[in-house]
Design a protein around this ligand. Structure first.
Ligand code: SAM
Length: 455
């Protein structure tokens, strides 16, 4: 029989009186230190302090309990604004506060292994309910306990990756481990809504940064990249085109656009689970430096157990990953980018517009972000989620875009078939979260258009 591997340590803790006293004292001191530091922001030469390319990871004027924030490739003022928003005393302290959301996402990475193996315990308990005869037949024939043990070992491997992501996340955002531990303790009775988001983010390693994700990327990227190339045939280092990519996820499309040439790409992403994972990926410096077993959490639609347990390595391409002309603005699309209104030559929305609660506000923001004459390149489905206040059909989305001052153009022929109601809109059959070995296929007839903001 296979030996059961060591389980990850639990995050729920019983503190000794001494440790509690230390935590109490530091929890009082840390906010003071943090405020003292944040207040100095305007005086600090931010680029010199925060650009990772200058080799300053971990250097800080703070003490060891509060690591330095590291803002890789992040523009100075945007980074300062983000730090300001992350201050506990900036705005109301509740589950919508940026720091609360950040801590919740860090907590989800901390708990990743523990929660996965808890799922496995449930599956073990259910298996034990089978009759003795059935179990002994299963053990003899397929070695079901072995499979459970193998998956448990791989979950522990995945949780090692989650720990690495967490460590870098703490360092990147300048959050002390002590603060996270306290947050975990304070919120132990709350359901963490970030749990699912963390799983989702980690699975995007496959979509964005692995060879396995190539099949999926090839169904949409060529169309989008061709549209960008066609719109900007004559950029130069002194006149780069400014491109905004909202809802950038783990960033592959933004990096691909930057790699086209003289483009200054700004990505925007709301989810800290995504952003923490993205920052981790940017630390990797060789092809396939990291790996994950992305399919072990869901056992449906499997031809073989080997497919279920296989690993996927990432990143598949270092030169795309290390594109220099990229920045990430963290926060909600309709509010975080306000200082940049009217400054972009193009906005590329890829599997994004249907994430809106109010899609009309998204359309207005897209319009407002562009320069007059700027171009909006869209590719994605209309899968409304997150309790939308408005659910428009495609023809209504197009009509509303036109009413706001967009003019649709003829998109490239390689972008799917013409949609019946409007020849300027195309639809392409594209997979999402595709797994070549799975017996299940998830796909959309995703829509593509190119629309210009009237001058
Ligand atoms: C369906 S995913 C697509 C990600 C990426 N564009 C891709 O194609 O892989 C949508 C992304 O938009 C992000 N998102 C959702 N609402 C957002 C908002 N209001 N502002 C910024 N990002 C948002 C989500 O966190 C998620 O990463």
């Amino acid at each position: 029989m296979t030996t059961r591997p060591r389980r990850p340590t639990t995050a729920g803790r019983n503190y000794s009186p001494l440790r509690s006293a230390v935590i109490l004292t530091l929890s009082f001191l840390l906010p003071l230190l943090w405020h003292a530091y944040s207040d100095r922001l305007s005086e600090i030469n931010v680029p010199a302090l925060w650009r990772r390319s200058e080799g300053v990871v971990g250097e800080s004027s703070l003490n060891a309990t509060s690591p330095a924030p590291v803002f890789a490739n992040q523009q100075t003022e945007d980074a300062a604004r983000m730090l300001q928003d992350l201050r506990r005393d900036s705005g109301k302290w509740n589950s919508n506060h940026p720091r609360y959301r950040l801590l919740n996402s860090l907590k989800a990475y901390l708990r990743y292994g523990e929660e996965r193996t808890a799922d496995l315990d449930t599956w073990r308990k259910r298996y034990k309910k089978l009759s003795r005869e059935q179990r002994s037949n299963l053990e003899r024939t397929v070695g079901y306990t072995n499979k459970l043990n193998t998956v448990e070992a791989l979950m522990i491997k995945n949780s090692g990756l989650a720990e690495d992501i967490l460590s870098y996340g703490l360092k990147f955002y300048g959050v002390a481990r002590l603060e996270l531990d306290e947050f975990v303790e304070d919120t132990k009775n709350e359901t963490n809504k970030q749990k699912g988001n963390t799983l989702y983010a980690v699975k995007h390693f496959v979509r964005d940064w692995s060879n396995e994700g190539l099949y999926e990327r090839q169904t949409t990227y060529p169309c989008v990249l061709d549209a960008v190339r066609k719109e900007f045939p004559a950029t130069s280092p002194s006149t780069p085109a400014k491109i905004l990519v909202p809802g950038s996820g783990l960033g592959r499309l933004g990096h691909e656009i930057a790699a086209l040439g003289d483009f200054e790409v700004t990505m925007n992403e709301f989810s800290y689970s995504m952003n923490i994972a993205y920052h981790y990926i940017t630390t990797l410096s060789s092809v396939n430096a990291s790996a994950i077993h992305p399919y072990i959490d869901w056992w449906s639609h499997r031809a073989t157990t080997a497919d279920l347990t296989r690993s996927v390595s990432f990143p598949d391409n270092i030169s795309i990953l290390s594109q220099p002309s990229i920045s990430l603005i963290e926060g909600e699309f309709t509010t975080a980018l306000k200082p940049h209104l009217g400054t972009y030559d193009a906005l590329v929305s890829h599997f994004f517009i249907d994430t809106a609660t109010n899609i009309l506000t998204y359309l207005e923001t897209i319009h407002a972000m562009l320069k007059p004459g700027g171009v909006w390149i869209n590719f994605g489905p209309l899968l409304y989620g997150s309790m939308p206040t408005l659910q428009l059909s495609l023809d209504e989305v197009i009509a509303m875009a036109e009413s706001l001052g967009f003019e649709l153009e003829q998109p490239g022929e390689g972008c799917g078939r013409v949609m019946g109601f409007d020849s300027r809109v195309r639809g392409a059959h594209v997979p999402y979260a595709h797994d070549e070995e799975s017996l299940n296929r998830n796909a959309y007839l995703a829509q593509h258009w190119v629309a210009r903001k009237k001058k």
